[in-house]
Write a protein that binds this ligand. Sequence first.
Ligand code: G3H
Ligand code: ZN
Length: 293
Amino acid sequence: MSLVRGTELFAAARKGHYAIGAFNTNNLEWTRAILGASQELNLPVLIQTSMGAAKYMGGYELCQQLVEATIKSMNITVPVVMHLDHGNFEAAKAAIAAGYNSVMFDGHDLPFDENLEKTKEIVALAHSKGISVEAEVGSIGGTEDGVTGEGELASVDEAKQLAATGIDYLAAGIGNIHGQYPANWKGLNFDRLKEIADAVEQPLVLHGGSGIPQDQVEKAISMGVAKLNINTECQLAFAKATRQYIEAGKDKVGKGFDPRKLLLPGTNAIKDTVKEIDGWMGTRPVKMVPEEL
Ligand code: G3H
Ligand code: ZN
């Protein structure tokens, strides 16, 4: 088992009241850390690139091939979903062409009717190739990779309309924010989450997972969230471990400046973060892989 689409994995997760981690990658080290941690835990994982990360790394094809080749070279046997995170219309089409298994078309900043129409187009194109689709209703607060959302609560009616396009999973704004949460953050809006979960059968996606307290994440998962997106927590862990290495002067000892040594503490810190957050995802069945895969 290696690269798979997300449809069956996340549907089984919502049904079973657990979640699967969706971690952003930025380079080879990130990719190895996420895949290595998931293999050690024997858990499926979704690895995703934002549009900015894909541009930084050299494009969608390179990202797809990097993940595929890394799975092979590391002998990864757990299911892995290669996903585009917060893609615009063009990016979603490009990631589909490059062979991603799953794409998020994020039309939250468009007039709703346009978001709906473009989501339909992406669903038709992606499904014709067996690729899964995530859509977004109501924006996620904060800024990620230059994409800023005000953090509005998703409308239940709009969530239903987007779900009816045949998307495979739905990201809904429920007070969640990308990046670090302000001290006066009110917390997730569980009333709205319940209304959306009652109205929509698709697995729900919780963005901005890094700063949400564990108990709120667990409650959200028990209510229908099946995909938990994590980016900032890995970035902070990487930066902190690298800073500690340099502040301790280890880059000045022997060949400590060699990137293979310099990047190692940060890479291990990402691995530890993935493992820690995977512990929040609810009780998973012994057999994680649905029959259909
Ligand atoms: O799409 C990615 C995420 O929503 C990550 O959010 O950076 O707050 O963990 P985060
Ligand atoms: Zn997000």
